[in-house]
Each structure stands twice: as C-alpha cells, then as structure tokens.
Write a protein that binds this ligand. Structure first.
Ligand code: SF4
Length: 131
C-alpha cells in the first residue's frame, strides 16, 4: 500500500460506477467525517464541512466553482496539522487524494462541464444519510 502512495485506513472498498462523481462522493464522506467529530476543534467544526461545500461547488459547476477550487487548496493547507487528534488530517488526505485521482473530472468541472453524478444520492451507506 505504501509503495503505491496509499495507507491502510478505514476498511471500506467501494467501486464507483463510471457515471458517479468522485468529488461529490468525497464531499459526502467529508460531511460524515465532520458529523462524526466532537466538533470541539476548529478544523473539524469549521473546516471539514467547508471543504465538502467547496467540492460540491466545483462538482455542480456553480458560478463560484473557480473560487471554490482556490479556496479549497488554501483550506487544505490551513487545516493540516491543526486538530487535537489526527481526524482532520485523515479527512485532508482523503480530499487531496480525491483531487489527484479525479483530476480529469476536476478539470472538466472547472471548464464548465458538469456530470450527472453530482446530483445523485450518496453511494456509500453512511449512517443517517439517504441513499
Ligand atoms: S480534531 Fe480530533 S479532538 Fe478535535 S474535534 Fe476533531 S476529532 Fe475531535
């Protein structure tokens, strides 16, 4: 795993259908990670949901998508290493990984090309979230 730039983490593996939006799925996961924190530190209380929102703005190709992409990079740098535990760092790694793996989708969205998966219900069976 390390040799491929990955780590052993949460034991979940889900193959995304081709029509899904990896950035939106990642936003759903980040919302869940924000909800699962105690919200007692700034990075979890304010950062994780904000990062999810940035990803959604990009995926939905809103008029503010370009600004969201710039803001997202700044937020990822600002949050890293700031939590009392490593929870937000794990979330940041997830977001950075999504930006790398779904680079082509990211570029398409920033060129104004939406995808149908952006408005689809979450694929991951997260507690308390509609599927
Ligand atoms: S950084 Fe850790 S301790 Fe602080 S709110 Fe997030 S999960 Fe809780």
């Amino acid at each position: 795993m390390r040799a491929s730039g990955s780590t052993l983490g949460v034991p979940i593996l889900l193959a995304l259908p081709a029509r899904s939006c990896g950035l939106t799925e990642t936003a759903h996961l980040l919302d869940h990670l924000a909800d699962e924190s105690a919200g007692q530190c700034g990075p979890c209380r304010f950062g994780l949901a904000a990062i999810a929102l940035d990803l959604r703005e990009i995926a939905h190709v809103t008029p503010g998508a370009q600004a969201a992409a710039s803001r997202l990079v700044r937020r990822l740098d600002a949050i890293a290493g700031r939590g009392a535990c490593a929870h937000p760092d794990g979330a940041i790694r997830l977001a950075r990984s999504a930006l790398r793996v779904f680079r082509r989708d990211l570029d398409d969205h920033l060129r104004g090309l939406p995808c149908r998966g952006a408005t689809a219900p979450p694929l991951f069976p997260l507690p308390g979230r509609a599927r």
